[in-house]
Design a protein around this ligand. Structure first.
Ligand SMILES: [Zn+2]
Length: 88
């Protein structure tokens, strides 16, 4: 009889652990999802378009020219030059 009680106790403990583990995993998943969303929105926020070829690149990697009101972004020095040659 004590053996049956022992197995029932084991079963209950395993069940509770599984339930707890699953809850933790859902929490982790939400945190990951939120982090991913934040990173994504941050990335799209900082994306700029090369005026010369139209390619999108992170603002930090772009070359910036022009005054505050007419800021232009370029993917490379070559495109910055090509654009200023065109403009003249
Ligand atoms: Zn370009």
């Amino acid at each position: 009889m004590s053996r049956v009680l022992f197995f029932i106790a084991i079963f209950v403990i395993v069940f509770l652990l599984l339930k707890y583990y699953r809850k933790q995993k859902i929490k982790d998943g939400d945190a990951e999802k939120n982090a991913a969303t934040t990173a994504k929105s941050k990335q799209t926020e900082d994306m700029v378009r090369c005026v010369q070829c139209g390619v999108h690149l992170p603002k930090g990697e772009s070359l910036v020219t022009g005054e505050a009101s007419k800021t232009k972004y370029f993917c490379s020095e070559a495109h910055r030059r090509a654009y200023s040659d065109q403009a003249q």
